[in-house]
Design a protein. Structure first.
Length: 406
């Protein structure tokens, strides 16, 4: 499938606005990271406790922060999810022994501050076994005879129903439609339980030592990937091609991480996975362009390097739009509808695909031209990337060349 036929856009003639935009984004990103003391790492790398909460109304962020600051030592972060009644509560923990203790303190403090009525079980933050233990005696006293298995089935049905409601019930009367919940059981639930205004969707803890190890391994994984690709491209093409491709990938990675810092997004393990994906994706796009340049060196010998690169990019334009465009649509859907868990991953993909696509054309390719011009200015031997000649009419395309570009 070919969307564009016989296009003749002067891509390299428009390189300076894109190079300027890259410089601005790079400086802005690095400057933001310098002011913040580096990238903002998530719980995976820093170590600590992280709770993901959902409220049945607008979350009282300041009240949450005030309640936790009086109970938990160290830095407390309370971040509301934009457009949702959800917050991320995190605390950095330097001592491994404090890890689970601080998580429990956070949960107990939040339940004491916002939880259900005293003496009653918070149904929005309890497991089916806790509910079964709470209902067993009251049901026996009220004459409701349930075997242990029947009681377990009922409480598990209630827990599943709560999960289907996003983990948060607003009224106990909602349980009337749950299979197995009779009026007598519902009455016992109302006597023994109440509904808190929030629920804990997830709770994660990572030790600080493990976080540091993961941070080091993530950096090494990225560097190893770049090094391996540099060797491969230098072997398959010429060394200048490898240098240009790796510079372009470094450019993509730095800008993506810089935008994470600018938009106050944390770098987690899923983000590192996205960055490694983009390293391969951007490199593949660059190799496609370089491969077409190499083919055209044999087909169009009497052509200036800049013109030859423009021809090559135009010939690969349909492939670039199809692959990058469709991948971008998928990543954009994840970003818009994937929720908080996939937010960082999808944001990295969206940014990386856009930056990686234009870097193959406006960053990697101009490096070949700059290198050729540098050699010409020094009067040195010509690099094998092209055979520069004076301006003149293009040589006729070799037989079968049109077929080769499809």
């Amino acid at each position: 499938m070919e969307l564009f036929k016989r296009t003749n856009f002067d891509f390299l003639g428009k390189k300076w606005p894109f190079i300027g935009a890259s410089l601005v984004l790079t400086v802005a990103g690095l400057g933001t990271m310098a002011m913040k003391g580096g990238p903002s790492y998530g719980i995976d790398f820093k170590g600590g406790a992280l709770l993901y909460l959902r409220f049945n109304q607008e979350p009282p962020v300041q009240k949450i922060r005030s309640a936790l600051e009086s109970k938990v030592q160290g830095e407390i972060s309370v971040q509301q999810i934009t457009g949702r009644q959800e917050v991320l509560v995190g605390t950095e923990i330097r001592d491994e022994k404090e890890l689970n203790a601080n998580r429990q303190i956070i949960e107990d403090t939040l339940r004491a501050t916002f939880g259900a009525a005293e003496g009653k079980l918070d149904l929005n933050n309890s497991a089916s076994q806790q509910l079964a233990d709470r209902l067993r005696e009251p049901l026996l006293q009220s004459g409701v005879a349930l075997s242990e298995q029947e009681l377990k089935d009922v409480t598990q049905s209630i827990e599943s129903f709560r999960a289907s409601k996003g983990g948060l019930l607003k009224s106990l009367d909602e349980l009337s439609g749950v299979p197995g919940v009779t009026p007598q059981i519902l009455q016992a639930v109302k006597q023994q339980c109440a509904l808190g205004p929030f629920t804990v969707l997830s709770a994660d803890v990572v030790g600080p030592k493990i976080g540091k190890d993961l941070q080091r391994q993530a950096i090494l994984a990225t560097l190893y990937a770049l090094g391996g690709m540099l060797v491969y491209i230098a072997f398959r093409f010429e060394w200048i091609y490898g240098v240009a491709a790796v510079i372009a990938v470094f450019h993509d990675t730095i800008i993506t991480i810089g935008l994470f810092s600018i938009f106050n997004k944390e770098i987690s393990l899923t983000v590192v996975a996205a960055l490694l994906t983009l390293v391969g994706y951007s490199m593949n796009d660059t190799i496609v362009v370089f491969d077409r340049i190499r083919e055209n060196l044999k087909l169009i010998r009497r052509e200036r390097l800049e013109n030859l690169i423009n021809i090559s990019v135009n010939q690969t334009l349909s492939r670039t739009v199809l692959t990058s465009g469709l991948t971008l649509l998928t990543a954009l859907s994840l970003f818009l509808f994937g929720g908080q868990v996939l937010s960082g991953f999808s944001f990295a993909l969206v940014v990386g695909i856009i930056v990686g696509t234009y870097s193959s054309i406006f960053i990697a390719s101009p490096i070949l031209v700059f290198w050729q011009n540098f050699l010409d200015s020094r009067g040195g031997a010509k690099t094998p990337v092209a055979v520069p000649v004076k301006e003149g009419p293009r040589a006729p395309r070799a037989a079968g060349a049109r077929k080769a570009v499809r």
